[in-house]
Design a protein around this ligand. Sequence first.
Ligand code: VGL
Ligand code: ZN
Length: 209
Amino acid sequence: MAPQTTALLLVDLQVDFLPIGMLPVPQGDRVIPLANRLMPHYHTVVATQDWHPANHGSFAANHPWRKPGQVIDLHGLSQVLWPIHCVQETWGAEFAAELDTDGIDMVFRKGTDPEIDSYSGFYDNGHRKSTGLAAWLQERGVTDLHVMGLALDYCVKFTVLDGLGEGFRVTLIEDGTRPVELQDGDGAGAIAAMRTAGARVIPSADLLS
Ligand code: VGL
Ligand code: ZN
């Protein structure tokens, strides 16, 4: 059992990020059994859920003559355009069917404002609005976060960086995540950026043994 001050943070383990989904992360399904195995070791388990309205500005389909992977300026911020994904109340936005959601204590939804994207579980991409995740964890005395989920080079990366910025000690569970890799090397680059910012990176075997 991890100390009570350590929480497990599951990032966007949703149908649309699995190989069957609309924004498939290669081998994204492989991390679900690991999440199920890890959850019982933690006093506190929190999950983030990408939760977009259908008119969300990150969807390529909402911009004429744009396709996924292109980058636009969205209300002053650089925005990668994505396929339609994780639309509120659709199957794609649900947690992976194999995920033991009974083990989750609290869910933080993000990406609900059509005007701005939200990769991190803590803040939108402009750091304008908090989701309440940091305060919720701090109220429970959590000082350490163990993070896993999808996708490594977007939502996991920015959640880890914001977690460090909020003063948590943050550990990335390396085999609990997979990258989308729009560009080759984005996964390795994300891990390097997290390490540089102060994250510890370990395999799940170190936690389960
Ligand atoms: C994500 C792109 C768009 C993620 C969410 O969960 O990493 N990536 N929305
Ligand atoms: Zn999204």
